[in-house]
Write a protein that binds this ligand. Structure first.
Ligand code: THU
Length: 130
């Protein structure tokens, strides 16, 4: 992974609105044309209404017209190798492919790279809904 994706995730993390958990997270998505979309977690005083960094990044990606996702990076200030929650795994799987690399970072860079299928096997798929 080139360093810019990590930097995008880290910069996004600095913008997290996480006053309740105090657990800032950043995520960045790269497309095959080089575009990078980043996001942070955004919490709300009515706790269930907040959402994750990956979801913010996906919102930017969709609003920019989408594209072929080639890699994803996630970083959390207080936890190395922060893995996406279950809901975000399903959301990432909506737009990325099972083979998409997911870079789990710490403050200095990538600690481990997994594939989406490694962390989200047997996810919900329904041909009948398409
Ligand atoms: N969070 C994320 O943004 N992404 C993850 O991958 C895991 C958890 C956020 C949600 C909440 O704002 C905070 O981390 C603590 O759960």
């Amino acid at each position: 992974m080139s360093h810019d994706l990590f930097e995008a995730a880290k910069s996004a993390m600095a913008k997290a609105h996480a006053p309740y958990s105090k657990f800032p997270v950043g995520a960045a998505i790269r497309c095959d044309d080089g575009r990078v979309f980043a996001g942070a977690n955004i919490e709300v005083i009515s706790f269930p209404e907040g959402w994750c960094a990956e979801t913010t990044a996906l919102g930017h990606y969709v609003m920019a017209g989408g594209g072929n996702i080639t890699e994803i990076a996630v970083i959390a200030e207080k936890k190395a190798k922060c893995t996406p929650c279950g809901g975000c795994r399903q959301r990432l799987a909506e737009f990325a492919s099972p083979d998409t690399p997911l870079h789990l970072c710490d403050d200095t860079g990538v600690v481990e790279t997994v594939r989406l299928k490694d962390i989200f096997p047997y996810g919900f798929e329904a041909e009948a809904l398409k």
